[in-house]
Design a protein around this ligand. Sequence first.
Ligand code: ZN
Length: 467
Amino acid sequence: MKINFLGAARQVTGSCYLLDCCGKRLLVDCGIFQERALLERNWKPKPVDPKSIDAVLLTHAHLDHSGLLPKFVRDGYKGPVYTTTPTVELAELLLRDSARIQMEDAEFKAKRHRKEGRRGPHPEEPLYDLNDVERTLPLLRGVAHREPVDLGDGVQVRFLEAGHILGASIVELVARENGGTRRVVFSGDLGQWQAPIMPDPAFVSEADVIVCESTYGDGDHSNGNGQSIDDALTEVIQDTVRRGGKLLIPTFALERAQELLVHLGEILHAKRVPRLRVYLDSPLAVDATMVYLKYPEFMDDEIRATLESKRLNDVRSLLQFVHSSDDSKALNSKRESCIILAGSGMCTGGRIKHHLRHNIERPETTILFVGYQAEGTLGREILEGASEVRIHGQNYRVRAQVRQIQTLSAHADRRQLLYWFEHFSRPPKRLVLTHGEESKALSLAAHVRESLGWDVVVPRYLETVEL
Ligand code: ZN
């Protein structure tokens, strides 16, 4: 048995692991590389022949885990992609959206190159298009959490709750070979314990090898000033209403948006703030929310009880889903205080940019960041206190209040990863750390060696670990 690391090795994106066992070749995830310096890898053929793969196991819908599937299919893959049922639906939304963005980008690039009279390093084509996505979707096979999937030749897998986003899974693989049994556990992306909506990550009792993410491997989520998320949100809303402004929240379409809706619903229901409208202004987030509502059995008991009891129905009318861009534009003329959730999460595109243009120069506006802002993004610039920013080719002075809530994260921190490791009944023969910046993965490796005494490796790109 051996695992070859084709991505997320000493960096975060492009998750893709090739597992050879019992004469089978399996791929765990087929993610797109998103770090600027690694984008080139998306264009190169995968260092494995797609036709040689028997099955793909998909941990969750995020593009850094699923985003290269259509290219893999274009390059010749025809086999099944096993995952959970909600992941099938979320991947459908995200892959179509990704293809559309790439097609638009390619067209834009072609236009610019024509104007500049040059050709870019890549042909002016998208990495994949909607046709490739449509050929990929029928390969996706959805199963329930904990339902055994028999891959044949003595290999069985189960998808267990990872608590990260709807349908997200830990993959547990059991291989029976030469009279012996080996267990490999892939963590996928692990969520936080006691997060709203998602169930806690599942504990696994046994593994010979654990392949685990290390996104926050070097430390613990800070509690800020120890304030709860509801308290922090309440304070920001009250302050914005007092100033008579709008509250703009740049948000990711998946998980963060739905999590915020739950928090806002509770705050409004408890009458901690005046009744004001909440607009979810992102077609992708609206579609994703609909998928969430379809699968209460993939959520935690508390949110299921809330949905069943219809306890929040008194504030439901305050929430408006905004589909069309005309309805989105109409929000500009509204004068009363309201809350607008719009993508993209780091203000790099999407409708949030329009809302920023109209409101960033108003001192009564609040811009609230609830997610990580990568270097070089508009979100990061605003968060770091730029006095002037450029949006859609025009300069705007930042007069709005800028606030941040840091505790929202869909990833376990170091303390929580350790907590998960401690629940295995015996140490694995090896722990393999992936999906983290090099310094974070190495820091977690040192910490686990010291506190648990486990054998830990941090593989490099294309490195093979023999078991
Ligand atoms: Zn993820």
